[in-house]
Design a protein around this ligand. Structure first.
Ligand code: GLN
Length: 490
């Protein structure tokens, strides 16, 4: 149908959507192209489930709608889902042995919405078990490799999503972010990702980790693509997620090109301390200078409780996880141990064999901080400080329109490079504050650091300011080409 087929994987979502709508390429050939790529590049460990027949059937349906002129805005655009979203047509494991072979009877709301917009699902992507991790090494199905250096982690927990986009195995992917799991892997793999305001996207059908923090968002190669995808993903879902916000669906592309003249970018002192690696700092500083060129003004601000976000998050998230994961008992769904003596033993054997070490660690921490006598000392204290962290952001937003800083203190580390879970926890320091406050945040590629590994810039906005964040990122990407860089051999 077209001479462009060999380059299809280099096209963005926006470009693919246009070519599909103009019927210059077909959804079927596009899907075939990406399925072939996924098959040829299994070495990254990104995909956990592919069902070519289902993908091709979806593509044919998209072509029919495109021909009839009643197709959705993303008709025929291929996309893969983090394996934390339940899907009817693909297995859902949440990266856990506990859900091996599990098939959901329904689609998550985000999956359904993207389906209505016309995307063609390529499959399910590897992630840390129940989205707990920062390196994708906690998956029961093996680690994911970073396409920029196969000996490095892609970040986590949406590591499969970020790696698949970076390796151009899919033009875009969904991810979830509880404490940084969209922004940090996006940063480590040199792609663009956004976590919207808590409540923007429905959590219905997202396997729950920490319900007051979990939020869905897209990973893609540009802010423009993220805006297109986010527009399809968000919107109220009152019957199915009581925490979904009652704000109408928005077109997040509407102000992509708005001028940045006069934009006040807050620079939190606490994000630029001793813990920040010099190579990451250099790339972030260069990006900030570029924003000044674009007319923005840098404003010093303070987020004084940044450090506290680590203990606060690692109390609240495990507390919620310990409650959410109680459903995996060998009775309702998923895995059940083969051998047991009685009901209690069945629970114990099932949970012992079904959960990995990090998940068990968090269930124990969470149960501890919620238990009688410790609840007040830990959980309640953490909740109070969480509120203060949110208040600090509101103080800062009196002085600035958006906040910018690093996503992570270093570039991607070596697989197996952190032997102590605490090292992973500490590396979350710059993403946790926005998560605890429920604010939107994004990561965009702004250069390379040690080992020629990608560096991401984090942008944090006030509640419901996604369109502004995407505008700021888009203008940067119009002026620079970091986001177009490709890993070698891709
Ligand atoms: N790294 C954090 C954790 O392990 C964040 C994970 C996430 O956002 N899902 O909990």
């Amino acid at each position: 149908m077209t001479q462009m087929t060999s380059d299809l994987h280099d096209l963005t979502v926006a470009q693919l959507a246009t070519l599909l709508r103009e019927r210059k390429i077909s959804a079927l050939e596009t899907a075939q192209h990406f399925l072939t790529r996924a098959e040829a590049h299994t070495g990254f460990g990104a995909f956990l489930d592919v069902q070519p027949e289902i993908t091709l059937a979806q593509a044919r349906a998209a072509d029919t709608r495109l021909a009839a002129g009643n197709a959705g805005p993303l008709a025929g655009v291929p996309l893969a889902h983090k394996d934390i979203f339940v899907t009817r047509d693909f297995a859902t494991t949440a990266g856990s042995r506990m859900l091996k072979g599990y098939h959901s009877p329904f689609d998550a709301t985000v999956v359904a919405r993207l389906g209505q917009a016309g995307v063609v699902t390529l499959g399910k992507l590897n992630c840390d078990e129940f989205a707990m991790g920062s390196a994708n090494e906690n998956s029961a199905y093996g680690p994911v490799k970073n396409p920029w250096d196969l000996s490095c982690t892609p970040g986590g927990s949406s590591g499969g999503s970020a790696a698949a986009v970076a390796a151009r195995l899919t033009p875009a992917a969904t991810g979830t972010d509880t404490g940084g799991s969209i922004r940090q892997p996006a940063s480590f793999c040199g792609v663009t990702g956004i976590k919207p305001t808590y409540g923007r996207a429905s959590r219905y059908g997202m396997v729950a980790f920490a319900s007051s923090l979990d939020q869905a968002g897209p990973l893609a190669r540009s802010a423009e693509d993220c805006a297109l995808l986010l527009s399809a993903m968000c919107g109220p879902d009152p019957d199915r997620d009581s925490t979904s916000l009652d704000v109408p669906t928005e077109d997040f592309t509407r102000s992509l090109n708005a001028d940045l003249a006069g934009l006040r970018i807050g620079i939190p002192a606490e994000f630029f301390g001793d813990g920040l690696a010099p190579d990451v700092r250099a790339a972030v500083d260069a990006a900030l200078r570029e924003f000044e060129q674009l007319g923005a003004r840098l404003v010093p601000i303070s987020l004084p409780r940044t450090e506290l976000s680590i203990p606060v998050y690692y109390i609240i998230a495990p507390a919620e996880a310990s409650s959410n994961l109680s459903r995996f008992d060998g009775v309702k769904f998923g895995f059940r141990a083969d051998q047991y003596t009685d009901l209690n033993d069945m629970y114990q054997q099932t949970r012992d064999q079904g959960f990995g070490n990090e998940v068990k660690r968090r269930i124990m921490i969470g149960t501890y901080v919620l238990s009688h006598g410790y609840y007040d000392a830990y959980y309640l204290q953490a909740q109070k400080i969480r509120r203060m962290i949110a208040d600090d952001f509101q103080q800062a937003f009196q002085l600035c329109d958006v906040i910018a800083g690093p996503v992570a203190p270093t570039v991607a580390w070596k697989l197996g490079g952190h032997s102590d879970p605490l090292a992973d926890y500490l590396a979350d320091i710059f993403t946790l504050p926005a998560s605890l406050a429920g604010l939107p945040g994004m990561s965009l590629p702004v250069g390379f650091g040690a080992g020629k590994m990608p560096v991401g810039l984090q942008l944090i906005g006030n509640y419901l300011s996604e369109a502004r964040l995407l505008n700021v990122a888009h203008r940067f990407q119009q002026a620079t080409d970091w986001h177009t860089a490709k890993p070698q051999g891709i």
